[in-house]
Write a protein that binds this ligand. Structure first.
Ligand SMILES: CSCC[C@@H](NC(=O)CCC(=O)O)C(=O)O
Ligand SMILES: [Mg+2]
Length: 368
């Protein structure tokens, strides 16, 4: 099917509270939305890049530029664009996985809506709801952290993830364990903040029965993670390092990770995310769905992905209210620690026009 055109929207949404990680603090989420228009209908995609290249090398201005000047023109020139053809059609362009993933997501949404088929059905969902974890930022004090964690547990979240960095690691974990006990599912995420020299420090987390430690070392340091895995007992989960199904297979074979955080935008789209799931399943490696502070559009697709059989650990698929007072779609609301898997065609949700316009800062149409 010929692609008629693509609308790019830059949106800016305030967060309910500042979110601090080892690479910075953000109080709002600026992101790029993609609306693909085809003769059969339209679909939505969400680019998960951040405002600056702090989580990974991609960032919004670059994603917008590469979409406008390279990726969208390549699809407009193609005679037949289907979701499964997007990656091959864009393969000549190096990297740009988040930008490519947003475009593929929009084409996939358009295609599935036209066929009255849900993301969940297309991806291979086996559940109609998913257990949800929540990501807790670095706080200004331990008492504040304990209040926030207690609040999320009261809301019903089934797993707590604490952001850590040198100087905020063993003590917060110890105090959360002390206050909430050993049965709470607890994990940490370093966002590459440590080096192999920190192995003795990271080994001090071993007594706390963490589910995993996420991405302690640099994205490229796969062998470093394999060495670290020999020096600590806590299972290592990779996030930033896993940019494709091949990267996942290599990391697993090298012993660099025992668990994988799957983020569709980081690997170039939901179809590659399913391939990462399949590779991990083939190696007996558990996966869970990571988050990039998505709007209800990306959240809907992530919840669908998280309902595949290999997603055996609670993901960062929290409710809309974790980050946003008002989402641009009907909000995702936690029910007994779970979110329902959208069953409608495509994403199963669409932006609410008035709410979307309120947070839109720029709009551009590329196409006929
Ligand atoms: C701005 S933080 C984005 C990356 C981070 N994501 C989260 O901590 C979860 C955020 C969410 O729940 O969407 C991660 O490295 O896993
Ligand atoms: Mg992470």
């Amino acid at each position: 099917m010929k692609l008629s055109g693509v609308e790019l929207r830059r949106v800016r949404m305030p967060l309910v509270a500042p979110f601090r990680t080892s690479f910075g603090t953000q109080s709002e989420r600026e992101l790029l939305l993609v609306r693909a228009v085809t003769p059969a209908g339209e679909g939505w995609g969400e680019c998960v890049a951040m405002e600056a290249p702090l989580y990974s090398s991609e960032y919004n201005d670059a994603a917008e530029h590469v979409l406008r000047n390279h990726l969208i023109p390549a699809l407009l020139a193609a005679e037949d664009v289907t979701a499964h053809k997007v990656t091959p059609l864009l393969a000549k362009f190096k990297g740009q996985r988040m930008a490519k993933g947003a475009l593929e997501m929009a084409v996939l949404d358009a295609e599935l809506r036209a066929h009255d088929r849900s993301f969940a059905a297309e991806l291979g969902s086996t559940r109609d709801s998913v257990a949800c974890g929540v990501s807790v930022g670095i706080m200004d004090s331990i008492p504040h952290l304990l209040d926030v964690v207690g609040g999320y547990l009261d809301e019903g979240y089934v797993r707590i993830k604490l952001k850590i960095e040198p100087g905020w690691d063993v003590e917060p974990v110890r105090r959360v364990r002390e206050r909430f006990g050993d049965d709470v599912l607890l994990q940490v995420d370093a966002n590459t903040a440590y080096t192999l020299d920190d192995a003795p420090l990271l080994a001090r987390l071993d007594p706390f029965g963490l589910l995993l430690i996420e991405q302690p070392l640099e994205e490229e340091d796969v062998l470093g993670h394999a060495e670290l895995a020999k020096r600590i007992r806590t299972p290592i989960c990779l996030d930033e390092s896993i940019v494709s199904a091949k990267a996942a297979a290599d990391a697993i074979k090298l012993g660099a990770c025992q668990i994988v955080n799957i983020k569709p935008g980081r690997v170039g789209g939901y179809l590659e995310a399913r391939r990462v799931h399949d590779v991990c399943a083939a190696h007996g490696v558990a996966v869970w769905c990571g988050g990039m502070i998505e709007t209800g559009l990306g959240r809907a697709a992530n919840v669908a992905l998280a309902s595949l059989p290999g997603f055996t650990l609670p993901g960062d698929t929290s409710a809309s209210g974790r980050f946003y007072r008002t989402d641009i779609t009907e909000p995702f609301v936690l029910n007994a620690g779970h979110l329902p898997v959208p069953a409608g065609p495509g994403l199963g949700v669409t932006p609410i026009p008035g709410l979307l316009d309120e947070v839109t800062t720029e709009k551009a149409w590329i196409g006929s």
